[in-house]
Design a protein around this ligand. Sequence first.
Ligand code: GLU
Length: 505
Amino acid sequence: MTENVRVRFAPSPTGPLHMGGVRTALFNYLFAKKHNGTFVLRIEDTDQTRYVANAEQYIIDSLDWCQIPFDEGPGRNEKFGPYRQSERKELYKKYADELIAKGWAYYAFDTAEELTAHRNDHEEKGKTFIYNWHNREKLQNSLSLSSEEVTAKIAAGEKFVVRFKSPKDEVLVLQDEIRGEIKIDTNLLDDKVLFKSDGMPTYHLANIVDDHLMEISHVIRGEEWLPSLALHVLLYRAFDWTAPKFAHLPLILKPVGKGKLSKRDGDKLGFPVFPLEYTNETSGDVSRGYKEDGYFAEAFVNMLSLLGWNPGTEQELFSLEELIQSFDLQRVSKSGAKFSPEKTQWFNQQYLQKKSDKELADLYLAILADHTIETDSTYVEKVVGLVKERATFVADFWDLSNFFFVNPSEYDPKASKKQWKEGTPDLMKELVTVIEGIEDFSSENTETKVKEWITAKEIGFGKVMQPLRLSLVGALKGPHLFDIMAMIGKQATINRINNAITTLS
Ligand code: GLU
């Protein structure tokens, strides 16, 4: 690709960014980086009625957490700024005027009541009201009214919108980088509003004008915008501007059932749909986030990258750098991508295994502090090394390893009933003596010594090992028993066995 690649992520700040939005941002980022291009963040906040104050910051924080920073955007390299459409609002009117002057758009004075009446009227007849070529000359607009009437209405301060004049009887042949050729009959298009009575452009006008002014080369966005493509291409034609290339990403589908993944699926099945926790400022409702649920950003990003894209190989684990190298719009599928919460956990588990014990220990130390445990990081590092293969999240460590830090406070009743028998206390007392005599308390040496004793006694290993595990851990779980003993040390081992003897006998 020799052209200068400039892509944009253009969210509307109407609430928290859904993971589908993050996927769109990610694909834009990967495409930009792959082609040494620029990734722009533009805030599309022209719809004042849906504006949510903390949403923009949420979007920026989410991109930061995912480590897919934008190169240009609000407060950053403002070469084509401002990047908030609300701060550009003066700019759009002249473009609406230009389209009117060229005959590609017209003033429409139909009131909301009149339009509702038309809609209802059509509905009664089992039809749908579409404002376009077939009726526009009968409605209240500058196509049906004389220019004197139009001027008078505007001078009298009557409210108007500007509508696009969709062409009649034309078959548009549109190109999508993912979907290929798409044919659209222009007679089916409605004359969309470009400019509203409140003096603000609609999404369509602002989006096209900004993509043009910001020199966007590729528009990569969600499939839900595909129905707008014809209008957008027509707008480029009307302005006599070169259109960017378009790529519409497939939907992210529910894990079970049909349709688009929604927040409700997350609530029902117990997974987050947002990257970060989000507090709704009006209702106070808190929505879960991947970050707060304990996911690593890299795992989340890796999982998202494979929702709709595939590398053409079996490889599933990709660093961000590898994703940049491998990403290709040609390998984005047309059909929806099913989201899997289990697979997402699998990614996290894989990334956790790849982290060093030191890195994980640092994260675990914070959890230990919450349990008011003071310990040193070398010890924690060793613990992490012993249990991490069974962990998916850092938060799993406590359950997997609390017995390295605290004495068991209770003993699993079922296991105790089964493993703590009549002869067990005497056996354990004898074991304490054996342990007392062990000088080198390394895992290997202790194991040899204890096993020698069991063999000499000619009893089954289970008779000793199971009650011993119960004494040290409080349950029949945990890593290699002699590793645990070596870690907690001789005295703690003896104390725990004695405690079990007192409590369980
Ligand atoms: N503001 C639109 C959105 O919220 C942008 C769509 C586009 O990328 O053109 O998704």
